[in-house]
Design a protein. Structure first.
Length: 168
């Protein structure tokens, strides 16, 4: 008699699927999606002794890809405008994107992973590009301070809750 005829041995030979591990992010690609640099006040920036005032804007967008594969495009948009008095010294806008795949992520884990962890992974690369482009434009490199993506996510959740409360 062989083991193939014995149903109990078939169950023992087929191991159960391993339990899912901790949620993980795989970065499949990252790239500059859009980059703009305007340098209207180069000479105004060079002649004045004080540092220009910097206005910084941050936005994160997520575009879903194939749902079965849990692939998403995450875009980190950074914009900076440097002004000295009424003169615009430079304007830089960057959309830096990453294509990511979530592994073993539950639906409740997916949103924070996409809006907190993915931008946190992309930020150092975007920061470097902004610093390089401002330096190449004839200005001191703009070194953006680290960003609290958890705080931005919580702020966004509060805004959504307030909007839902107004609707109700």
């Amino acid at each position: 008699m062989t083991d193939a005829a014995n149903p109990e041995s078939d169950q023992a030979a087929t191991p159960a699927a391993p339990p899912p591990g901790p949620p993980m992010i795989r970065v499949l690609a990252q790239y500059i999606k859009d980059l703009s640099f305007e340098n209207p006040g180069l000479f105004a920036g060079q002649n004045a002794g004080s540092a220009p005032e910097i206005e910084l804007g941050i936005d994160v967008r997520v575009e879903p890809g194939p749902p079965a594969e849990k692939i998403f495009a995450v875009e980190l948009k950074l914009s900076a405008r440097a002004k000295r008095q009424d003169t615009v010294v430079f304007i830089v806008e960057l959309v830096y994107a990453g294509v990511v795949q979530l592994q073993d992520a539950s639906p409740q884990d997916a949103e924070p992973m996409l809006l907190i962890e993915c931008p946190r992974l992309l930020f150092p690369f975007a920061r470097r590009i902004i610093a390089d482009i401002t330096r190449e434009g004839g200005h001191p490199p703009l070194m953006i301070d680290p960003i609290d993506f958890v705080g931005l996510y919580r702020q966004q959740q509060q805004q959504r809750a307030a909007a839902a409360a107004q609707q109700a």
